[in-house]
Ligand binder design. Sequence first.
Ligand code: HEC
Length: 70
Amino acid sequence: MCSSCHGTKWNKKALGRSKIVSQMTHAEIATALKGYKAGTYGGSMKAVMKGQVSRYSDADLEVFSKTIGK
Ligand code: HEC
C-alpha cells in the first residue's frame, strides 16, 4: 500500500514531493516514520504520511525501517 505513492521499489518521489526512500538509510527512514507519527518531521505534505503511520507502534516502525532503504 505504500507502493502506490512510493513505487514498488521505493524509487519514486511520492506525489512528486518526497525523497526517494530507497536512497535513504535505515536510520533516516526510522527517524522520518516516527517523526511523521509524532508530528515532528516532514514538509508540506506530512499530513499524508501521518495518516499512513499513525496506526503503527514506534517499535513496528523501527523494525519496518530496516526492511527498506539502504
Ligand atoms: C498517498 C501517498 C503516500 C502513501 C500511500 C505513502 N506515502 Fe510516504 N510520503 C508521501 C509524501 C507526499 C511524502 C513527503 C511528505 C512531506 O514530508 O512533505 C512521503 C514521505 C515519506 C518518507 C520520508 C521521505 C522524506 O522525504 O523525508 C518515508 C520514509 C515514507 N514516506 C514512507 C512511507 C511508508 C512506509 C508508507 C506505507 C506505510 C508510505 N510512505 C505511504 C506519500 C505517501
